[in-house]
Design a protein around this ligand. Structure first.
Ligand code: NAG
Length: 180
């Protein structure tokens, strides 16, 4: 598939961010959009009820927010691991480009998190990570929707996050801006 190289980079970024930083907030904040992930980011929780999730997210800060093609994306995240995360945990990942489903796959969480310098088992307790990722210039412009649903090997819910990110036409076509 023509888009696969940049997408894989995008995916790696998203997967890393999503699989790790997702989780439940400690409490639902009345008045705010209860699905918004705290911090500067385009992320949302999939579900309002996250009380059984194994990771609680406190904050995710992306710089720049939203991410831009051809720029370094800095990710800073913190959370709380409620139950040790062991080998066998997996992430069901889907990526859509507009309405087109590009990726629908099951990935090994413990493999994925090596990209952010973590390894399984992830001990119970507070967790914080900082990572810089170079986003390729060639990401085809358009809207990408990522969904990452994360489970333990026994099917217990770790977290679920989703994000919609639009990359502009100018990154792919020099400085031309195109109305899409
Ligand atoms: C995750 O994806 C796999 C393979 O597509 C599927 O068999 C499984 O039911 C999914 N798990 C959940 C909890 O949705």
């Amino acid at each position: 598939m023509r888009f696969s190289a940049p997408l894989i980079a995008l995916l790696a970024t998203s997967a890393n961010a999503l699989s790790l930083y997702g989780g439940a907030e400690k409490a639902i904040i009345a008045g705010d959009d209860e699905l918004d992930v705290p911090g500067e980011n385009p992320l949302k929780f999939c579900e309002a009820d996250r009380t059984k999730d194994h990771i609680i997210i406190d904050s995710v800060i992306l710089t720049p927010n939203p991410p831009e093609a051809g720029k370094v994306l800095k990710i800073a995240a913190s959370g709380d691991v409620k139950h040790e995360i062991e080998e066998g945990a997996y992430v069901n990942l889907s990526v859509k480009y507009g309405y087109i489903r590009l990726i629908n796959t099951k990935a090994d969480l413990c493999e994925e998190i090596k990209n952010v310098d973590l390894e399984c088992p992830i001990k119970k307790g507070p967790i914080a990570i900082i990572k810089e990722v170079e986003l390729p210039k060639e990401i085809p412009p358009g809207k990408y929707t990522v969904l990452a649903d994360v489970y333990t090997k026994d099917g217990e819910h770790i977290t679920c996050l989703t994000a919609a990110v639009t990359f502009g036409a100018k990154s792919a076509l020099g400085n031309f801006n195109i109305d899409l």
